[in-house]
Write a protein that binds this ligand. Structure first.
Ligand code: G1P
Length: 271
């Protein structure tokens, strides 16, 4: 049963300055909707019942976006705007599902995940990186189906241009089936020469409880951060089952300014 999703939201967003100097990147709009709401909709549709947002003191506006009742109530009382009433209802629904956890020093995705440990109730949970926007097909839903079939952990992957492997976590294959494969190993941002394949991790993971112990053991890697990739690598070496779900839907990279701009254009055009 995958019912909880961790969403790391404490990153500084420096790749998207100056837009992110006052607005968190996750609240930037894409065709009339915030980036974060695309992620939440994907989760809801996949059956997720609880969101754990990892934010920082500097990103309190994310909390305010979802918890600003008096502001809405005042306006709705005055003009009874139907669209606004609908939006407020949606926000009220999210309110019941969101928990906040703080990560005031951005020490990486693994550290963000570890901060949520005390809230995780089931043996497996979902992690979504909001830089990676996925539309037209529900990647989390596909992964949950694969998890039910394989009874193990799942990572979303897609083939990338071999010249760009240095930007991703890259997987190596143990046994390939039609739409998925068993993962043999994983390496964070390898050189083109050392990359074991061009199957890149896109920001969706179904992880086991055991990952928390492994995160406590890993050392800081690239950029002085604790990478979830390193904890996963150790679990694979200890024979925990990890499968890669080969995702064929539309993937949009919203973690850089140029990626954000082209994502806006592609969503707007429906391409
Ligand atoms: C993170 C992960 C990387 C993954 C990528 C997907 O990198 O560490 O393994 O391929 O997300 O977007 P980041 O984008 O934080 O550099």
């Amino acid at each position: 049963m995958i019912k909880q999703a961790i969403i790391p939201l404490a990153g500084l967003g420096s790749r998207m300055l100056p837009l992110t100097s006052v607005i968190p990147k996750e609240l930037l709009p894409i065709n009339g909707k915030t980036n974060l709401e695309y992620i939440l909709e994907e989760c809801l549709d996949a059956g997720i019942k609880e969101f754990i947002f990892v934010i920082s003191k500097k990103k309190q506006s994310i909390k305010k976006y979802f918890f600003n009742d008096s502001f809405y109530k005042k306006i709705i009382k005055k003009n009874k705007d139907k669209r606004l009433i609908r939006e407020f209802k949606k926000i009220k629904k999210y309110q019941k599902m969101i928990k906040f956890v703080y990560q005031n020093n951005p020490k990486g995705t693994a550290d963000a995940v570890l901060k949520c440990k005390k809230y995780i109730k089931n043996n497996y949970f979902l992690v979504l990186l909001p830089d990676d926007l996925i539309v037209n097909k529900n990647c989390s839903k596909e992964m949950i189906q694969l998890h039910k079939k394989t009874k193990g952990s799942v990572i979303a992957t897609k083939r990338v241009d071999i010249q760009t492997v240095t930007r991703w976590g890259i997987l190596s294959i143990k046994e390939k089936k039609k739409n998925y494969f068993t993962i043999k190993d994983v390496v964070e941002k390898p050189s083109v020469k050392k990359a074991p394949s061009n199957f890149a991790i896109i920001g969706r993971y179904i992880l086991p409880l055991k990952v928390f112990d492994e995160i406590k053991r890993i050392k800081r890697g690239r950029g002085g951060e604790l990478h979830i990739t390193d904890a996963i690598k150790n679990l694979i070496y200890k024979n925990y089952k990890f499968h890669a779900n080969i995702f064929k839907g539309k993937y949009l990279d919203c973690g850089t300014l140029s990626g954000y701009i082209s994502s806006c254009i592609r969503i707007f055009k429906g391409k």
